[in-house]
Design a protein around this ligand. Structure first.
Ligand code: SF4
Length: 495
C-alpha cells in the first residue's frame, strides 16, 4: 500500500516507542527497535501472543491503513508475519499476510560467473525504488558475506537469504557439508540482520524417489543440494532432523523462516505431483514447530503451474499450513516463452494473489536464460506490482481501486501530467507519450498519437456529452474522496 500514490495513510509512527514525532524507520545505530532487553524470544510472534502491540506492528498498521490490533491478532494467529530481524536497523517494517495488501519480492545477488558488489547494490536500489516490498540476496559467487553486509546496511526493506549457499562455501563438495557448517552460517547471518531465511527442511529422503518421473527433476537449488546430500549419505535431511536448533537461532534474532519448496515443479508437466504435495505435508508439520517456538514462518510455493491448478494449490497450502502466509514464485502458466517469463509468471502470480497468496516472488525476463541485470530487475518488479495490485483490486482491498479510478478520470480529462504522476512507472508513461508528441503543447491536447485528433473516442464522447448537456467528467466516488491525498503525494515508489 505504501507504493500506491493515491492512498494517503495516517502519519506513520516512529519505531521508537517513546518518541512519537521522530521521523519513521531510521533509528540510531545500536538501538534495538523492539523492547527485547531480557526477553529470550524477542519475536513479533511472541509479543503478539503476549498481547503487545510493538512499534513494528503500529508502523505497518499505519502503512496499511488498518487498526494495529488487527496486525497484532493476525501475527499472533500465524496468518501474518513481520520479517524484522532486531539487528536490521535501517528497516522500515512491512507485513506479509492475506489480511493485508499483496506484497512482492525481488531476487538479486551474484553468481560464480558474474560478481560485483556495486552492481548488486544498484539492483537493490532499483528494486526498492520501483516498489519491491522485500529483497532476497541469492548470491552464490565470491564475497557473499561482504555483499550481504552492504545490502543489509543499505536496505529499508526486509532482506531474505538462502543460508545453504554460504554454507557450501565452507566445504569443497556438497557431501562434506555438516549441520555445524549450516548452523554457523545461520548464526552469522542472523546476527548480521537477515530478516528471513529460506530453509529447505521439508525435502525428506523418502520424497526424492517421487521425482524420478519428472521432466525437469528438482529445480530448486536448495532442494537439489539436499537431495544430493541425502542420496550420498543415505540419511535424512539434516535441516529436518536439526530443525529445533535452527529454530533457536531464529528465535534469538527474530529472523523469520520461509520454508522452502525444494521439490517445487520446474515445468507444467511436473506441477501438483506426489513429490510436491508430500513436501507440502512436511511443511505443514514444520509450520506448527515454528509456531510452538514462537518463530514467524511463511511457506514458499511453486513455480510452474497450469492456470487452472493455481487456486487449488493455494487452497491446499492454506489448509495444510493452517493459513500461514503463502509466498509463491510466479507461478509461470506456460513454459514456451523464455525471454518473457516476467509475463508468463505474473499471469499466474495474479491468480495466486487473488486466491490468497500473501507475497509474490518476481520472475525477470532473464529467467532460465541468465543473471538479471538492472533493466531486468525493473521489468520484473513492475510486472509483479501490476500482479499484486490487480489482486488487491479484485479482493477489494482498501485504497486499491481508487488509484485506478483516479488515473482513469485523469485520462478521460486529458490531464496528461496527472496521468503520468499516477502511473505505476511515471517515467516510462511520459517517455512513451513524448516519443511521438514531444512538444509541451501536446500535454493539453485532447488526443494522443494512437488514434489522432479526429478519431479520439474519448474526445468524441466529451462532444456527445456536451451536445446532450450531460456533465463532461463523472464525479469522484465518496471512496475516492476519502482516500484522496491532501497534498501531492510522492511520484512513486521510494527514494
Ligand atoms: S487518441 Fe485514442 S488512445 Fe489517445 S487519448 Fe484519445 S482515445 Fe485514448
Amino acid at each position: 500500500m505504501r507504493d500506491n500514490p493515491f492512498f494517503s495513510p495516517p502519519a506513520v509512527p516512529s519505531l521508537e516507542a517513546d518518541d512519537a514525532v521522530a521521523p519513521p524507520a531510521m533509528v540510531p545505530p545500536g538501538v534495538s527497535r523492539v523492547p527485547s532487553a531480557g526477553v529470550a524470544t524477542p519475536t513479533q510472534l511472541h509479543f503478539a501472543r503476549s498481547g503487545v502491540i510493538t512499534p513494528e506492528m503500529a508502523y505497518v498498521a499505519a502503512v496499511e491503513g488498518c487498526d494495529p490490533a488487527l496486525v497484532r491478532s493476525e501475527v499472533a494467529a500465524g496468518r501474518a508475519i513481520i520479517p524484522a530481524n532486531i539487528h536490521h536497523l535501517r528497516l522500515q517494517p512491512m507485513v506479509i499476510g492475506k489480511a493485508f495488501c499483496c506484497k512482492i519480492n525481488a531476487n538479486i545477488g551474484n553468481s560464480a560467473l558474474r560478481s560485483d558488489r556495486g552492481v548488486e547494490l544498484e539492483k537493490l536500489h532499483t528494486a526498492v525504488h520501483h516498489g519491491s516490498d522485500t529483497v532476497m540476496d541469492l548470491s552464490t559467487g565470491a564475497d557473499i558475506h561482504a555483499i550481504r553486509q552492504g545490502i543489509i546496511d543499505h536496505s529499508p526493506v526486509p532482506i531474505g537469504t538462502v543460508p545453504i549457499y554460504e554454507a557450501l562455501e565452507l566445504v569443497p563438495k556438497v557431501e562434506d557439508l555438516t549441520i555445524d557448517h549450516y548452523l554457523e552460517v545461520l548464526e552469522r547471518q542472523a546476527a548480521q540482520g537477515v530478516d528471513y531465511f529460506t530453509i529447505h527442511a521439508g525435502v525428506l529422503a523418502e520424497h526424492v524417489p517421487l521425482t524420478t518421473h519428472r521432466i525437469t527433476g528438482i529445480v530448486s537449488r536448495g532442494g537439489a543440494i539436499m537431495a544430493q546430500w541425502m542420496t550420498h549419505h543415505q540419511e535424512q535431511n539434516p535441516l529436518y532432523t536439526h530443525f529445533d536448533e535452527i529454530l533457536e537461532v531464529c528465535a534469538r534474532h527474530d529472523a523469520s523462516i520461509s520454508l522452502g519448496d525444494g521439490l517445487r515443479p520446474g515445468c507444467l508437466a511436473d506441477a501438483s505431483d506426489a513429490a510436491q504435495f508430500a513436501e507440502l505435508d512436511t511443511l505443514g508439520e514444520l509450520t506448527l514447530r515454528c509456531w510452538h517456538r514462537e518463530v514467524q514462518v511463511m511457506i514458499e510455493g511453486p513455480g510452474h503451474v497450469p492456470f487452472d491448478q493455481i487456486a487449488m494449490n493455494v487452497q491446499r497450502q492454506q489448509e495444510v499450513c493452517r493459513e500461514a502466509p503463502f509466498y509463491v514464485l510466479g507461478p509461470l502458466v506456460t513454459d514456451v516463452a523464455p525471454g518473457y517469463d516476467h509475463i508468463t509468471s505474473c499471469i499466474g502470480a495474479t491468480m495466486a494473489g487473488f486466491a490468497g497468496a500473501a507475497m509474490l516472488c518476481y520472475v525477470t525476463p532473464k529467467e532460465h536464460l541468465g543473471l538479471p541485470d538492472l533493466e531486468d530487475v525493473k521489468q520484473g518488479v513492475i510486472a509483479y506490482r501490476i500482479a499484486a495490485h490487480a489482486a488487491d483490486v479484485a479482493l477489494h482491498r482498501p485504497g486499491a481501486r481508487e488509484w485506478d479510478d483516479a488515473l482513469s478520470r485523469a485520462r478521460f480529462a486529458f490531464d496528461w501530467e496527472e496521468q503520468f504522476r499516477l502511473a505505476m512507472d511515471p517515467q516510462t508513461a511520459r517517455a512513451f507519450h513524448d516519443a511521438s508528441l514531444p512538444a509541451e503543447g501536446y500535454k493539453s491536447a485532447k488526443f494522443c498519437s494512437m488514434c489522432g485528433p479526429k478519431f479520439c473516442s474519448m474526445r468524441i464522447t466529451q462532444d456527445v456529452r456536451r451536445i446532450a448537456g450531460a456533465p463532461l467528467i463523472s464525479p469522484a466516488l465518496p471512496s475516492e474522496q476519502a482516500h484522496a491525498p491532501a497534498q501531492t503525494p510522492p511520484v512513486n515508489g521510494r527514494a
